[in-house]
Design a protein around this ligand. Structure first.
Ligand SMILES: [Zn+2]
Length: 225
């Protein structure tokens, strides 16, 4: 299948990659329709490494994706063929201590797309556990679906910072994640984090010059309300 391959530091190719992924009875096959380009993808391209993760052989980039389910294993009950889904990029080892403690995102052995040597999802098709695929609500596009992973990061940051209505917050850095943190504070965390912020709108007073910039992102979080 066609994929965006980082051949080595500084060299990208769109080319055929022979990938055969086994689909278990709990997996789905997803035709990827949209994929974000993360700062980590850019780092691997420009530096060839992030910390201990070094690109030593060609690797497909991309880990923020959405697409359409085209096949499902016989045990899959949460999705149907034709569903639009976004996907969680990290799949943990279900036997790890962290998973059993309920912190599956902290499993050090997690298999995370586009983290060497694991291939990413900037390709035509992926096989993924159905439990790590989430059906998009009506009216949410695959492009918006591909933003769910960075948006989840923003929401988590806003929750951790315990931003409350009326608070003033400063977000340092206006890259994708900074914007996601800001809109998570600014707009309606209400539909996204029901149990903790039901009934509230969370307002953020950002530095004046950035206000109109962020305002345009409000629309995004209004989806689904
Ligand atoms: Zn990312």
């Amino acid at each position: 299948m066609k994929a965006l391959v980082l051949e080595e530091k500084g060299r990208l190719n769109v080319r055929d990659v022979p990938i055969e992924e086994h689909m278990s009875s709990y997996d789905v096959t997803v035709d990827v329709k949209a994929c974000g380009i993360c700062g980590s993808d850019v780092h691997y391209y420009t530096e060839g490494a992030i910390g201990e993760f070094v690109v030593k052989e060609p690797m497909i980039l991309g880990h923020e994706a959405a697409g359409v389910v085209v096949a499902k294993g016989e045990q899959v009950t949460n999705l149907e063929i034709g569903d639009l889904v976004c996907m969680e990029p990290g799949v943990p080892d279900l036997q790890s201590d962290q998973v059993l403690e309920g912190n599956y995102n902290l499993d050090p052995g997690i298999s995370f797309w586009a983290t060497p040597p694991i291939h990413g999802c900037l390709r035509e098709q992926v096989v993924h556990p159905s439990r790590f695929c989430f059906k998009l609500p009506k009216g949410v596009s695959v492009q918006e679906g591909a933003m769910m992973e960075p948006l989840a990061t923003g929401i988590e940051a806003a929750k951790k910072a315990q931003v409350k209505p009326g608070d003033t917050a400063l977000v340092v850095g206006a890259g994708t994640i900074g914007i996601m943190v800001a809109i998570s504070c600014l707009a309606a965390i209400k539909p996204l984090c029901k149990q903790e912020t039901q009934g509230y709108f969370i307002f953020l007073q950002i530095m004046h010059s950035l206000q109109s910039f962020f305002a345009s992102y409000r629309e995004f979080l209004m989806i689904g309300r």
